[in-house]
Design a protein around this ligand. Structure first.
Ligand code: PEP
Ligand code: MN
Length: 337
């Protein structure tokens, strides 16, 4: 961290500031310049509140040199994190596909889709039970019943399940019932929820917020990790831009950027990123090509009559075709899939 001081700051005030910083267990290096003097702060500055320093008398500007996230930072953890979900490895060169319907709608529907995606090579089953819908009048999910149906589908297929949590009150239930807990884009900065999830050891699939910067995304991962849970999977699912043709804009460059900055696995959700089923195929391939550790794809047996996200859902046939092509691409790229 570099602190730039105002011109003509009295020496006494500079020494007071240095003393204050040193009391935080950090080291300082004071450099007197012709116009501006600066204080270099050395040590673990991730716990220092930048605004607190900025608010001090005679401080003109504060610049971070180090990222504010530590546990999620590759600089402090060079090796890729590999998360084991019932023997399925996520991260570190393994490519994993999680797929299933946007929402669990009935016993029959989740069974049909689960069996189909398993046959095509998907190893993890997704399905929403609690749905974060923009309209309170839209289908809100089958909630507890949906969770039970997902568990039945897991039993029938052997596939681990991933589903979205919205309330911190349900953490205990989800820890017991599901294999990966999903935090949706809308809850990426629900800090109470993140803190509760940090107290568990459950793998957490953290989706990037609709308008979150990469740093904000990683700070949300840091919340979970700061609580003691380092099993975090990052998911790029598109961000809001001025473009309206697609539901969101898939920030494909976020994948290599996140992998450079962090050791956590990164997956891509091309379904919510685009909102259009025909775009899921090319963007899944793009995700694999830029180094994603996997995909989350929505598949529905009857997209035209889906209760949620039909336009972006692949039919089982389209999903099967995509999976076959991804296998060819994986071979060319020397990816384990
Ligand atoms: C979902 O996966 O069903 C979902 C709602 O995704 P997102 O939070 O990315 O919008
Ligand atoms: Mn959806």
């Amino acid at each position: 961290m570099i602190i730039q001081l105002e011109v003509n700051t009295p020496e006494k005030d500079i020494q007071e500031l240095i003393e204050k910083i040193n009391q935080k267990g950090l080291h300082t290096n004071y450099v007197v310049g012709d116009n501006h003097s600066i204080i270099g702060v050395i040590g673990d500055t991730s716990k220092v509140d930048l605004e607190e320093i900025e608010a001090q008398k005679h401080v003109a500007k504060v610049m971070r040199v180090q990222e504010p996230y530590k546990k999620a930072n590759r600089a402090f953890h060079p090796d890729n994190t590999i998360i084991d979900v019932n023997g399925i490895k996520i991260g570190g060169g393994n490519f994993v596909v999680m797929s299933g319907p946007c929402s669990v709608e009935s016993k029959e529907q989740i069974e049909i889709v689960a069996n189909a995606v398993k046959t095509s090579g998907s190893t993890i089953l997704r399905g929403g039970a609690y749905k974060p819908r923009t309209s309170p009048y839209a289908f809100q999910g089958l909630e507890l019943e949906g969770l039970e149906l997902l568990k039945l589908a897991r039993k029938a297929t052997g596939m681990p399940i991933v589903t979205e949590i919205m309330s911190p009150n349900l953490v205990e239930k989800f820890v017991e019932d599901v294999d990966i807990i999903q935090v949706g884009a809308r809850n990426m900065q629900n800090f109470d929820l993140l803190k509760e999830l940090g107290k568990t050891q459950k793998p957490i699939l953290l989706k990037r917020g609709l308008s979150a910067t990469i740093e904000e995304f990683l700070m949300s991962a840091e919340y979970i990790m700061a609580g003691g849970n380092s099993n975090v999977i990052l998911c790029e699912r598109g961000i809001r831009t001025y473009e309206t043709y697609t539901r969101n804009t898939l920030d494909i460059s976020a994948v290599p950027v996140l992998k450079k900055l962090s050791h956590l696995p990164v997956i891509v959700d091309p379904s919510h990123a685009t909102g259009k089923s025909w775009l899921v195929d090319p963007l899944s391939k793009a995700a694999m090509a830029v180094g994603a550790d996997g995909l989350m794809i929505e598949v529905h047996n009857d997209p035209a009559n889906a209760l949620c996200d039909g336009p972006q859902s692949l039919t089982p046939e389209a999903f099967d075709k995509l999976m076959k092509e991804l296998k060819v691409l994986a071979k060319a790229l020397n990816i384990d899939f």
